[in-house]
Ligand binder design. Sequence first.
Ligand code: NAP
Length: 678
Amino acid sequence: MSHILQSFARDAWVTPEQGLVDIPSAIDGRVVARASSAGLDFAALVRHAREVGGANLRAMNFHQRADMLKALSAYLSERKEQLYALAADTGATRRDNAIDIDGGLVTLAAFASRGRRELPDTNFVTEGEVEALSKRGSFVGQHILTPLHGVAVHINAFNFPCWGLLEKLAPALLAGVPVIAKPATATAYVAEALVKLIEESKLLPPGALQLVCGRLCDLFDYLGGQDVIAFTGSLETSEKLRSHPNVARHSIRFIAERDSLNAAVLGSDITPADPEFDLFVREIVREMTAKAGQKCTAIRRVLVPRAQESAVIDALKGRLGEVRLGDPRHDDKAMGPLVSRGQREAVRAAIATLQREADIVFGNPMTCAGEGIDAEAGAYISPVLLRAREPMQAREVHATEAFGPVATVLAYDDVDQAIELVRRGEGSLVASLFTYDDAVAEQMILGLAPYHGRLLIVDRDDAAESTGHGTPLPALLHGGPGRAGGGEELGGLRSVYHYMQRTAIQASPCRLAKLTGAWTRGAPAAATAVHPFKLNYNELEIGQSIETASRPITLDDIEHFAHFTGDTFYAHMDEAAAKANPFFPGRVAHGYLILAFAAGLFVDPAPGPLLANYGLDNLRFLKPVSPDDTIKVKLTVKQKSAARRPEYGEVRWDVEVVNQNNEPVARYDLLTMSARPA
Ligand code: NAP
C-alpha cells in the first residue's frame, strides 16, 4: 500500500479519501505516495491562518520569531537523514539533497540570525531616516513597516521540496505572517515529511503553518488585500494564477519565480590556455547535471567566442562523458533520473523543438545507459548538449526551457553580440561571466544587469571560493525580471518586507518618538540631574539629555594634536594654503580633535554602568571650527535595544557639537553598551 499524503489543516492532519493521484518514483516508476486535497474547507484554512496563526505570530516580536526559526533549524538538522532517505525517489542524489535539504536548513538559520541582528525587539520596523517636512521642525515624516494581517500562500515547484518550502517560510514567519504551503504534487511526500517534523517540534504557534497536499481548488476565492501569494513554477502556471480575478481586484501581492533561460558567457579574452576556460567548462557540466538539470538557475545557454567554439564543445563532451549517471541511492552517482517519466517526455519534446535550430553534439535523449538503470521504468535521460547552427537567427533557444540536463552552445562574434544574445532570454534569474579582462567585465556587467537578478563573475581570483552559478544565497537576491517572473526572494531582509506594509507616518517629532521609541531632533529632551552615564540600561529613558560646559579650541591645541597624532594636513597647519581651499576660512581644527574634545566634555570618568563605546554612526562635520572658537556638546539618549547577552543593553546617543553661536559643527550617533541589572 502506498503512502496517502495528509494535509495539515487547522492544526490537524487530514487524510483524503477521494480523488487520489498516484505519485511515481523517479527511479523505477512504482507508486510511492498518493495525494488529494478533496474535502478540505479552503475558506476555513484561510480564516484559521488569519485569525489564529496571524494573531499568535504577531503576539511575538521579531527576536522571538527569529529564535523560533533558529530552534526549528536546529531541530530539523538533527533529523534531516529521514528526508534524505525519502528524497531518493524524487531522483535526487546525495549531492542534490545537500542543495535541497541542507540548503533549506541553512536558509532558515540565516534568516534567524538576520532577524536577531538586524531587526528590533518590537513588531514593526522603522525604515530610513526621519524626514524633515517643515521649517520649524514641528512636523516630520518616517516610514514604518508592519506585518500584514493576512496569510502567505506559498506554491512551490517540484524540484526543491525542502529548500523551496523553507526559503519562503522563513521570511514570512519572521515578518509575522502565517503560511499555507502547497508543494508540487510530484515530490509532495518529501514536503509532507518535512512539515510533519516541523509539527512534531511544536516550535511554531498554532495556525502558523498549514500544508495542502494536492490542488488548491477554490482557495484563491478567499484571498484579499492583506494576503501574499508567492509562486515558484512554470511561466504557464504563473500566468494562469496571476490572472485570477481576485488577484487583480484586491491587488494581492504576487511574487513569481519562474522558468529562466540562464546564460553563461565565456569572455572574448579567454583561450584554452587561461584558467577561466577550464572553470567555465566545469561550471557548465555541474549546472547541467546537478538535480539532473532541474534547477531554475541551471545554465541553458552557453555563449562562447566563435574562435573558441570547437575547443569548448570538445572539452564539454569530454567531461560530460565522465558523468556517472545512475541510481541516486548510490553515493558514487553524480546524476540521477528526472522526477518522472512525464517530465522526461516534456524534456524530450523541448529538445525536439531546440533541434529545429540546433544540432545535438553530445548525448541521445531517447537512450540512456548506466549501472543499475532501468531506462524504461525509471525517468533517466542522458545529458544533452546542442550547438546552435545560426546563433543570431535562433529563436527557440531563448524561449524553450528544457527542464533537464540540457544546454545549447551559441557562438558570438563580439561582446555587443554576446550581450544582445543573452538579452534575448527576456530576463533571467542569473547569468555568469568568465573573464579576466576589466573592459569586457564592465561592458558585460552593465549590459546584462538590467536583465538579471544576479550576476556571477568568475575568474582565477575568486573561483576557489565562488558559491557557483546555480546557488541562490539567503543574503542575495533570488529572482529576475521579465520571463523570470519579476519576483524577488531572499536578499536578506528584502524578502521579509514582502510580507509587511510600508506606511509613511507624518506627525510631530514628539509623537513619532513615542511610537518608535527613538528620540528625534525636535522632540522634547529632558535634562537629567544625574549624569546619564551613571544610569544603567533600565534607568535610562529616551530623551534624557545633558548639555556640557564649553571649552575653547586654541591654535596650540591644534598644533599639539597635529604633532601628537602625525596628522599635519595643511588645513590645520598652513594658514595661506588653508585659506586657498574653498572649504576653510583659514587654519581649522581637526575633525578628530573635535570628537576627542567632545568625548572629554561629556564623559563621566568614574567606573559605572556604562561599559563600552563600540562605535559611531552617521558622523558628519557640518561647519569648520577655527582657532579660538568654543564648543560644547548636547548628548541625548536616542534609542535603546536589547543586546545579544541579557546582562547588557545597547544605547544609541544623539551627539550634537555646537560652537559659540549655537551652530552645529558635528553630529553623530554614539553607540555604547550599558549594564542591565536583572
Ligand atoms: P508548475 O507545473 O508550474 O507547478 C508549480 C506549482 O504550481 C506546483 O505546486 C503545482 O501544483 C502548482 N499549480 C499548478 N497549477 C495550479 C493551479 N491551477 N492552482 C494552484 N497551483 C497550481 O511547475 P513545476 O513543474 O512544478 O516546476 C518546474 C518549473 O518551475 C520550471 O519551469 C522551473 O524553471 C520553474 N522553477 C522556477 C524556480 C525559480 O525560483 N524561479 C525554481 C524552481 C523551479 P501540482 O504539482 O499539484 O500541479
